[in-house]
Design a protein around this ligand. Sequence first.
Ligand code: AMP
Length: 284
Amino acid sequence: MISFTDLADLRAAVRDARARAASIRFVPTMGALHDGHAALMRAARADGGFVLVSIFVNPTQFGPNEDFERYPRTPDADAARAEVAGVDAVWSPRALDLYPEGESTRVSVGALGTCWEGKFRPGHFDGVATVVAKLLLATTADVLYLGEKDFQQTLVVGRMVRDLLLDTKVVVVPTVREPDGLALSSRNRYLSAAERQAATAIPRALRAAAELAARGEKDAAAIRAKLRGTLDAEPRLRVQYAELVDPATLAPVEALTAPARAIVAAFAGTTRLIDNHLINPARP
Ligand code: AMP
């Protein structure tokens, strides 16, 4: 495995891979790698080609009162994890490599980026779309691997790729969870023992909503009430949203006539957690 920082080294690695006719399989991350990231890296490895991981804590996707400064940075452990997952190259650009002095260009996807997460984190998805566009242009990735854990992000990035005519296929990898259902996240390490315990209400609520739908409930209000009720029963969580939405438009659904997504954002203490789950209507 090779590791580098400079854009010139990235371009040379990509050129070498292309000279061997290898496709470029790209996994963008913010580091503090865990088994969720490893699933993306393994999916990329299984598909063959040149597997490239970026590690960059992107300042433009953090709000002024968010955790950019204290976001976990674990470069040595990340390199070890990437190596084990069979990654070919790790690119860890500096902020100035991606945002050169005086830069001013932003990518904005519109409505998909301003609802739900975008409402509670204004500007977040402009930061995400901008950095992913830069990363895709720099890496010339043929395939991009994203985690379903960040469901809205997969839609935002998919739209950006399509709208900007980028020649990149987007692959979405299922969420990796702890045995008790909590989705793995770099932010889980902020949780105290009590908060960690409270956080299990999130996957419990998502599963309860999915089970209610599987038993034949078609009324989205009833499914939403189950979701919300399970979350509200945990007083140590502060819910920002808990909704049942159309998986393509993210608009709230009224009746469960097609597969929907349950989406949740909640604080456990000062740690903000998000998760989501497929809600399938019962088979007739
Ligand atoms: P991050 O480092 O948090 O920006 O995440 C980098 C990529 O890993 C994103 O595509 C995430 O959706 C994905 N990811 C994060 N957590 C998980 C998880 N628990 N399961 C699967 N993918 C994940």
